[in-house]
Design a protein around this ligand. Structure first.
Ligand SMILES: [Zn+2]
Length: 140
């Protein structure tokens, strides 16, 4: 592979990453606030872990991903819409995202981490109590 090709590939990858991995999104901040109010200590965006998890709770050996339903393809979710134009483009992009998420999660589990995924739509106020319960059950 020529260095030009490598350059192009990594450029493409970083563009994809920036599209799906925007930091400090509203849902992410909501989860942090909830954890904080429950008294849990956490760290953010640990780059040394697969997928650079949004929230890391070292004490509970747990990572949390806060996923946007659209980019991460929340199954059966009304927010996981598919744009009408360029369907093939979107499908390959979505498949790539799903594959990347799965790989990261598997690698984290292999390293002994517990992985929690919070979906954007779970954060609608009616469901916050469910998330609180999930945290209580996970961090015992
Ligand atoms: Zn959803």
């Amino acid at each position: 592979m020529s260095s030009e090709v490598i350059h192009k590939v990594s450029e493409q990858r970083s563009r994809n990453m920036s599209a799906i991995k925007s930091k400090n999104t509203k849902p992410e901040i909501a989860v942090r606030k909830l954890l904080h109010s429950m008294g849990y200590r956490f760290r953010l965006h640990r780059k040394d872990l697969p997928g650079s998890p949004d929230i890391v709770l070292p004490k509970y050996k747990t990572v949390i991903f806060v996923h946007g339903c659209f980019w991460h393809r929340h199954e059966n979710c009304k927010y996981a819409t598919t744009p009408k134009t360029r369907p093939a483009f979107w499908e390959s992009k979505f498949n790539e995202n799903i594959r990347r998420d799965r790989t990261n999660q598997n690698n984290l589990i292999k390293l002994g981490w517990k992985v929690l995924v919070i979906w954007e739509c779970d954060l609608k106020s009616t469901n916050i109590s469910n998330i609180r319960e999930l945290f209580d059950m996970s961090f015992k």
